[in-house]
Design a protein around this ligand. Structure first.
Ligand code: MV4
Length: 491
């Protein structure tokens, strides 16, 4: 069964390759696009055909709708997969595809647009009986009204931009006298970042967990969820580690949350793959937003469910019915993803692009690697710093953590600094091992101080590491530490 003859991937890096891998298995020819600096990138080599899309700046290349449509037509592609980031949640792009008779692999443009409004989607979900945090039902129109709502729900409250995401324009407010300034600051930031000054207020949850559900919906009214992921370990709203399932999930909570997730998909007329984000705190969960794309961390859901989400996306986009029902799905074991970024965790996560002079990727049982890099490759400074996703699976969470430590100890990247040592430290953090994660984990666990100690005093560092393994594993721990030390140094 061939869904399409040819598909264009409007993206770069590991996700472009991920989509092409599905296409190759489905006998679909692939069309890559590339900016000038990406001429020799792996996604270009992997594709059956590749076209220069424009200069390096995203607005000239991976965001250049007009050029991408030209290439799609010239190449004879029937469908476009947007990956994540870039044009993935741009409803105008999805609409242009529809207007030009190209199939956009994702939900309908109206759904993308509706979910782009936090105020609108929250209101829709509240109306459908999905739990949401108490707050203003619409954008704030006058300060007296805002004060009244804030007093009713009680401080602290949080001011958020309706068009926002990634924490932009978000402000926590502890008392009424700070409210007015916070609202005007938030409106200003929202206006300049999104061209939409709409902001709203809701009750602030202290140190919540971030739990999301993967859903798939076809164009014939069938929908399923593919369990949950926890994405609480993040820095400045960039996720660092995700795991599936959430360490705190119980059958009862999963029943309730997945019902809500499917209700979100249902009332929004959702089709294709998406994820429904919730905040969780003190036993309660609240709908936050829906991501209308394939996410970076879709990999760990694939690992625990055995479902290839990209193949399902393509089949759904071709008009197929889902080949399974909820009762056919089950969850097996535990998966963890570490995002490897070309950043220096010991220098405020400054980007560290450049040439990879030594590279050895981990492997063996239960390891999955998705990357767009290789030995000798020069990471350009122009795009996102995520260069690889390292996933470990095992039958229990603790075993998956041990497997991830083992994989990190095998992983050698020289020439650039990466977040690998940070991941190693987190995998050895007792709170993490116990599943005690929340959105303020990095600050609170002083992970970076642990790393700093590694750097300052090699002796102490090795002993710390060896200690966390127990004496008998000392040799392995020291070799892991040496690898980490090398990764922290530029040759
Ligand atoms: C919150 C919150 C606490 N209470 N909303 C951050 C990004 C944006 N999508 C929503 N975010 C938050 N909203 C209420 N009412 C805490 C956060 C938050 C957060 C959420 C998910 C993952 C990481 C986070 C880190 C800091 C704050």
């Amino acid at each position: 069964m061939k869904y399409f003859e040819k598909l264009l991937i409007a993206n770069r890096g590991e996700i472009a390759i991920r989509v092409m891998r599905a296409c190759r298995e489905l006998d679909i020819e692939t069309v890559a696009i590339y900016s000038s600096v990406d001429k020799n990138a792996l996604h270009v080599k992997y594709a059956d055909e590749a076209f220069h899309v424009g200069e390096d700046h995203p607005s000239k290349s991976y965001l250049n709708i007009e050029r991408i449509m030209d290439i799609a037509k010239k190449s004879g592609a029937e469908a476009i997969h947007p990956g994540y980031g870039f044009l993935a949640e741009n409803y105008r792009f999805a609409k242009v595809c529809l207007d030009e008779n190209l199939i956009f692999v994702g939900p309908g443009w109206k759904t993308i647009k509706a979910m782009g409004s936090k105020v609108g989607s929250k209101k829709m979900m509240k109306g459908a009986g999905v739990p949401v945090l108490p707050g203003t039902d619409d954008g704030i129109k006058d300060i007296e009204d805002a004060k009244k709502v804030a007093a009713e729900i009680g401080y602290p409250v949080i001011v958020k931009a309706s068009a926002g995401g990634g924490g932009i324009g978000m402000q926590v407010v502890d008392d009424e006298k700070s409210l007015e300034n916070a609202i005007s600051a938030s409106m200003r930031i929202a206006q300049s970042a999104f061209g939409d000054a709409t902001v709203f207020i809701e009750k602030y949850l202290v140190k919540p967990r971030h739990i999301e559900f993967q859903v798939l919906a076809d164009e014939h009214g069938n929908s399923v969820h593919l369990y949950d992921r926890e994405c609480s370990i993040q820095r400045r709203h960039q996720k660092l580690i995700e795991e599936a399932p959430s360490p705190i999930m119980t059958p009862e909570l999963r029943e309730r949350m997945s019902d809500s997730a499917l209700k979100v998909a249902d009332v929004s007329g959702y089709t294709n793959a998406g994820s429904v984000e919730f905040l969780y705190g003190q036993g309660n969960y609240y709908f936050m937003e829906m991501n209308t794309r394939l996410q970076v961390e879709h990999t760990i859901t694939e690992i625990i469910t055995g479902i290839d989400l990209v193949k399902q996306q393509i089949a759904i986009a071709a008009g197929e019915s889902l080949p399974f029902e909820q009762k056919d799905l089950s969850l097996r074991g535990h998966a963890i993803e570490c995002r490897i970024n070309a950043e220096d965790p010991l220098n405020n996560f400054a980007a560290d692009p450049g040439k990879i002079i030594r590279y050895r990727s981990p492997g063996g049982p239960g390891i999955r690697m998705d990357s767009g890099i290789h030995m000798g490759y020069t990471i350009p400074p122009n795009y996102d710093s995520m260069i690889a996703k390292l996933c470990a699976w095992d039958s229990t969470r603790v075993e998956a953590i041990k497997r991830m430590r083992r994989a990190i100890s095998e992983y050698i990247i020289l020439g650039i600094k990466t977040t690998l040592p940070l991941h190693y430290a987190i995998m050895n953090n007792p709170q993490f091992v116990q599943g005690n994660t929340h959105t303020h984990f990095l600050q609170e666990e002083h992970i970076l101080n642990t790393l700093d100690r590694y750097k300052r005093d090699e002796e102490t560092r090795m002993q710390t590491l060896a200690g966390s393994f127990g004496q008998e594993k000392k040799v392995a721990a020291i070799s892991a530490a040496v690898n980490m030390y090398l990764q922290l140094k530029k040759d």
